[in-house]
Design a protein around this ligand. Sequence first.
Ligand SMILES: C[S@@+](CC[C@H](N)C(=O)[O-])C[C@H]1O[C@@H](n2cnc3c(N)ncnc32)[C@H](O)[C@@H]1O
Length: 538
Amino acid sequence: MKSDSDWRISADNSLLRRGTVAWMHDAETWFERSFERLPETIRVNPLRKDSDSVEAWLRSVGAEPMSWYRGPGSSWVMPFERGGAEGEVRKLLISLHETGRLTRQEAVSMIPVMALNPKAGEAVLDMCASPGSKTSQIAEFMGGMGVLIANERSRKRCNLLVANIQRHRSRVTIVSNHDGRHIPYLSGEEGYDAILVDAPCTGSGTTRKNPEVWRQWKPSGGLGLHSMQFGLLNRAVDLLKPGGRVVYSTCSLDPVENEAVISQILQKREDVRLIGCSDNIDGVSIQEGLQSWVPTDDDMRPLEGSPWAHPPSEEISGELSKCIRVRGHMMDAGGFFLATIEKKHVQTEGVLEDISEVRFPEDSVQASQPLCEIDRLAFEKEFGGCDKPLWRRGKRIAIGTERMLDVWSKRTIVSNGKAIVEGHRWRPMNIVHVGCEISEMRSGRPSRIIEDGAHLAREIALDRIVKIGDSDFEKLLFGEALETDCMPPDKTDIRGGWLVSSESNPEPLPVWIGGKITAMVSKHEQTCRVGLRGLEKV
Ligand SMILES: C[S@@+](CC[C@H](N)C(=O)[O-])C[C@H]1O[C@@H](n2cnc3c(N)ncnc32)[C@H](O)[C@@H]1O
């Protein structure tokens, strides 16, 4: 492993250091602050009922709220370096993360979602989503209403994305697996309200997290990614509804990956305008977008003839000042770029006339489908009335949103408006995950509410929650098995998967009732429940 002084030598002579002199007015300050390890930063999930207790715990261990964070929930700087937690703090921090009560995320990486400002009920696309820290943040902004499609091109990274979404346990998210440049239109005729394009990039703003960048970064890296970045942003604009917005972001400092992409979209499309978004990120240290730049080859010789050199007109050059370069070095963080684009309302003619229907294959058995009537009746019989949209994939049952059902049932325009695929299927979308898993089928009926769905139990399984005494609840938390006579008199003969709560522990806990009663939760859930006991809002 390299020492800090080895990195410093690579950095002193790096191409990146030479490049940044042209991109920021305080490049020397940036350079001096580019070595220290980043602090651990996290976001608290406001969709979980015990988020007040999580915040109280964070205060008690010396964490400080980040004053510039806007949105539901809160974000915090821990009093140690990234990955530097120890002992009991480390143990609880990991369990809080694993159960979705908080998400570890670099501070600057929280800013693009603040700029996008997704709202409850909207249709939102996260075009390049894995590993999903911004996806979970968008879901928090949406508060359980609307639909969020989290897309990722790499199948392997899709699995990581799904795992993180399952950890977060929010219900608005669907995961799709497409090259973002070719994602199908959203079903229905409107398009997305908001899209995040957090594009693949050279990562030149991430030296504090990934010092390899000092050695690896070359100007040709950005030149090689530019067309893909433009292609992703261009498709995002296609998919927006008129009046919708897209935030384009990278963790790169290189204008070829940033302002040059925005300049090109302004030049090539008449239906977009660049808008400022500084109101949404008040308090973040920023530099205006560059209005000119000179791409270079890997020997740092200017590439004057390059198609990505200079904005094409003074008008576009002036507009680029609305782009935002986050000055992470003034906020104890890394660097980031973002720009917000709005799709204008343009007059279109009747595009849906004379279109043909395209036969598309049915969804694969892997894609979740709405719960059929028989399964829904079985669910209601087991758990009580539930009017929420439920989905089934194999044995698994998940809860989603009304808007999701809308997307599934409507037809989709394909072939640039020349054809349609009928609704009541996900196709042409390739969907690999839907909503939040809450239960599973056993012997033809839903067996119990699993840990991932327990926080929603009051909405989906009211008839399955039993109140027990505080001291019995505590024993379950510490892993003891209880006798069934601790149940209320009318419930002593119940068996199978249930949920229990108590006066001081209103959040239902899944249990299995056989000869004895035992908690059916993971070690991480148990650690959180025990660690957060008695912590309340200060
Ligand atoms: C900067 S990372 C995204 C980080 C993510 N937004 C987050 O905050 O956790 C870019 C992602 O885009 C994916 N990607 C690369 N090319 C893509 C494409 N053409 N379409 C969709 N995703 C792509 C990469 O695999 C990578 O996971």
